[in-house]
Design a protein. Structure first.
Length: 217
């Protein structure tokens, strides 16, 4: 008899968290097309979404997202999400536009330059680079979440903690703006889940990269 017969491996918490970070990152990078909407409303997908939300004590956010994704046929929902994404994040709404870049929240040209240099260092540490066809700067929310997910999967505690420090510094303010602007929509629900993810992790970590730097000086 196989040693694994009748047994299943417990899910890896780091992999689950990486998956959630990537899922939320994709939600803010670009609106889903109709095929993606159809996939997101499949029974298995909605079950997983509800489980994730429950683990973050944000069950209402999952119900809001599920309801928003099923308000019409996938094509109509996708078109509405595209309009909302443009209105919220692209700049066409003028002062009501919600910046989706860290540098818009942390302020100052000098700080922004240091921030970009730090992110480039983490990219090198994880042996990553921004794809040639990606027009977004590295401090875009979705790219920072992708870095965080990669650090988790690599088991790099220092890079994971460094990315959490970054996200904690600006994501709560971003999420509050999105949740207020889109209270019954997919993006508002995604913002509530992301804020909960950051809150859930913050008390449990320190920043090894900062400690390494302090020891090096």
């Amino acid at each position: 008899m196989s040693a694994s017969a009748g047994l299943s491996r417990a899910p890896d918490p780091a992999e689950i968290e990486a998956f959630v970070a990537e899922f939320l990152g994709r939600a803010f990078l670009a609106p889903p097309d109709d095929a993606a909407v159809d996939s997101m409303t499949a029974p298995e997908a909605t079950r997983l979404l509800r489980e994730i939300a429950a683990s973050l004590s944000e069950q209402d956010a999952a119900e809001t997202m599920c309801a928003a994704l099923t308000r019409g046929p996938p094509g109509a929902v996708a078109a509405d999400l595209a309009r909302r994404h443009v209105g919220l994040f692209s700049g066409v709404s003028g002062p009501r536009t919600i910046p989706i870049y860290e540098s818009a929240y942390t302020g100052g040209a000098r700080h922004a330059a240091e921030s970009f240099a730090d992110l480039q260092a983490i990219l090198r540490r994880l042996d990553l680079r921004v794809a040639d066809d990606c027009a977004e700067p590295v401090d875009h929310l979705s790219l920072e979440l992708a870095l965080y997910a990669t650090a988790l999967r690599c088991g790099d505690g220092a890079a994971t903690a460094a990315m959490l420090d970054r996200l904690a510094g600006w994501v709560p303010a971003f999420c509050a703006k999105v949740a207020a602007a889109d209270p019954g929509g997919v993006y508002g629900a995604a913002a509530r889940l992301l804020a909960a993810l950051v809150r859930h992790r913050i008390p449990a970590h320190s920043s090894p990269l900062q400690a390494e730097g302090a020891r090096a000086t």
